[in-house]
Design a protein around this ligand. Structure first.
Ligand SMILES: *[C@@H]1O[C@H](CO)[C@@H](O)[C@H](O)[C@H]1NC(C)=O
Length: 412
């Protein structure tokens, strides 16, 4: 009853807020309304879509709505779609995009997104989106231009082509249009190219500030090959887990991940080795470092891998293609990490699960099964097995202890 009353109160509050915020009438005709069922279709079928994740109950969203609606009308002529989605309606979308505050705005180009970082007034929104819609490739004409690019923080990609108008240049521009999270530069000047150690045409390099500073492209100058090269290489060799990075990792299209749990100082000692090992299976395994000093994230992943209670601080894990976990044992030397990676790629590892040791004596009429002996005893095809799951601390196994939570309780 108390809960119902609270829900009722919130609903009233919500209505009251909406009424007051809507006192100024305006048209939202150019804002596309999205739902969980048509989100992907709309976002993938337009080149440029800005999506606002909002909540009917949020005051800020109403303030933004008027500005957003006006911007939608202006930007329509530039071919950009402004859309909104009610993020309070439970769907996989809020989880997938980690929507925690309202309103959150994400900018999609060909279905690939980045956060919207502009302001909340009409002219801010219009200016930000227009800038993003402009040519994604900048031409480098002088060595002075070239030097300026080194001041850019993010990884950058530079192409040396015979002519800014040839087919290679076109393929490069098309790739730049597909992957807007990395700045693309192009030159036809020999001296400028030399600044990036590019000697022949066409050639391309990705420059980073991390361990692996220069990644040279090898292959045909073709839109998709170039795009996937940049996508695979734009992230650092080792990713430190933190807010918002999960999405980056799945974007990379690699499902095998290697988790290293360590304190900041411990990591400093093995970092070089870990990055070397990452180079060895680049493009096949994503190497992640979870900093135990970042408690919030560390505890989430420690729980996920059932490592919470364990004292070990330095453990490598891999999430295989189907979500299997594989434990890493042994010392942290380049050779053993490489060997482990190799076995993982060849599917030669045994999945890890938390288990007690197999009991030495097991000759009572009721046999004891632990994680490690589950397959041998329970899945033994020659026997019928009746299995009782119980919590040791739960008196005599009542129904409640083994009850399976309903879907609602899981919140799915
Ligand atoms: C998408 O779905 C929502 C709700 O499911 C609906 O209100 C909206 O009109 C749809 N939008 C488009 C563009 O089809």
């Amino acid at each position: 009853m108390v809960r119902l009353a609270a829900v009722g109160f919130l609903a009233l509050l919500c209505i009251a807020l909406s009424v007051s915020a809507y006192s100024e009438d305006f048209e939202e005709k150019d804002v596309v309304v999205l739902g969980a069922s048509n989100f992907t279709e709309v976002v993938n079928s337009h080149k440029i879509v800005l999506v606002e994740f909002d909540a009917p109950c949020c005051g800020y969203c109403h303030t933004l709505a008027l500005e957003y609606a006006k911007a939608a009308t202006i930007l329509k002529d530039d071919g950009a779609v402004l859309a909104k989605l009610d993020a309070t309606k439970k769907s996989h979308l809020s989880l997938r995009f980690q929507i925690q505050d309202y309103p959150t705005m994400l900018f999609f180009v060909h279905g690939v997104h980045e956060p919207y970082t502009g302001g909340r007034k009409v002219h801010d929104i219009v200016a930000w989106v227009k800038k993003k819609c402009g040519s994604p490739v900048q031409t480098l004409k002088s060595t002075a231009d070239a030097e300026k690019t080194f001041e850019v923080e993010t990884p950058i990609t530079v192409a040396y082509v015979n002519s800014l108008k040839d087919t290679n240049a076109k393929a490069f521009a098309a790739a730049a249009d597909m992957e807007r999270r990395v700045p693309f530069y192009m030159t036809e000047d020999k001296e400028v190219a030399a600044k990036f150690s590019l000697e022949k045409t066409p050639s391309l390099v990705l420059l980073k500030k991390q361990a692996e500073k220069v990644v040279l492209f090898e292959g045909d100058f073709e839109e998709m090959t170039l795009t996937s090269f940049v996508r695979k290489n734009r992230l650092p060799l080792v990713i430190t887990y933190g807010r918002g990075k999960e999405e980056l990792i799945s974007m990379r299209g690699i499902s095998r991940q290697f988790f290293l749990f360590a304190g900041t100082e411990e990591y400093a000692e093995i970092r070089f080795m870990y990055e070397e090992a990452a180079k060895f299976s680049k493009g096949q395994i994503t190497f992640v470092f979870v900093d135990l000093a970042n408690h919030m994230y560390a505890s989430f992943y420690l729980d996920y891998f059932s490592l919470s209670g364990e004292k070990t601080k330095l453990v490598g894990y891999v999430e295989g293609a189907c979500g299997s976990k594989f434990g890493y044992e042994g010392d942290f030397s380049l050779e053993s990490v490489k060997e482990f990676s190799g076995k993982l790629l060849e599917n030669k590892l045994n999945p890890y699960f938390k288990s007690e040791d197999i009991p030495e004596k097991n000759d009572e009429p009721v046999k004891v099964v632990v994680g490690k002996s589950f397959d041998n005893i329970v899945l033994d095809e020659s026997k019928d097995v009746l299995l009782h799951f119980y919590y040791p601390w739960y008196g005599y196994g009542s129904g409640e202890a083994t009850r399976i939570p309903s879907e609602q309780e899981f919140g799915t």
